[in-house]
Design a protein around this ligand. Sequence first.
Ligand code: TRP
Length: 337
Amino acid sequence: MKIILTGDRPTGKLHLGHFVGSLRERVRLQNSGEFDKIFIMAADAQALTDHAGTPAAVRENILNVALDYLSVGIDPKKSTIFIQSQIPELFELTAYYLNVVTVSRLERNPTVKNEIAQKNFESSIPAGFLCYPVSQAADITAFDANIVPVGEDQTPMLEQTREIVRKINELYGEVLVEPEILLPKNKICCRLPGVDGKAKMSKTLGNCIYLSDDSKTVAEKVREMYTDPLHIKVSDPGHIEGNVVFTYLDAFCEDKKTVEEMKEHYQRGGLGDVKVKKFLLEVLEEILNPIRERRAEYENNPEEVWKILEEGTLTAREKASEVLARLKHAMKIDYFK
Ligand code: TRP
């Protein structure tokens, strides 16, 4: 069996960084027909580990993220889309996994460490936040997932999941499946820079192009995009390193030959930013237009989206309860069976 599980925290709308980093690949995997099951999760419980005060925003973003999934081409007939918090089995699994993980191991998790620094939690780290890698291990193992397509920042989570799986299997017998990470092949796609040239496209930095942006907004963002500050006159030789317009062409344009020719011309001098940006805008619009069309269909029908989520959650719960029962049996804590 080849089973995929992946997901996102519903903390905002998804952007082009998500698209090249994971969404595009998920659709490709879904349509390859190579997988027996695909589970895609709105990780609302994980979002609440650092947004406990704003559950209404998390709720709203579940709908946003689901719309993003459906509009990029995740097909509910082929993939199970579900909501993490509605599967109590995940919390039970987490409770048992917590006993095989040390606090110091959690404090060493590089992604968690980074986030703690970024969020200025210092000495007031929510316990649930520190432990979210363990709940993520539950998310993955509850579906017997062996393939987890995610961005590079999730590598430490997968390592920690694999450690938990080995420990549980060592203690109770071979009950859990050890997952493998699946990273995007194209290096640029692991970390798409923001439109301002900063290292990462991120909501907090305010340098995103959202999948839900309209044509006018995207055109504006491309027009203001960071290029080469030394390329003043069109005739000046330009630099392509750190030039976001070319980075995006590498990430989004299928026609590699044209991109290579433009790069040479730009470096030689004589190719202006306006022209390259115009080309990039065409490339982006070609990707975004079908996404916008599908979004418009679902946006007018939020009940249908909630229904897809409800049905997906039922299916997902069935699988998770099977795995939980298997673990409890292996631990001999299925007392009333
Ligand atoms: N940590 C992921 C993120 O921040 C979301 C997530 C939660 C996830 N559980 C998961 C991803 C399990 C993959 C597998 O986007």
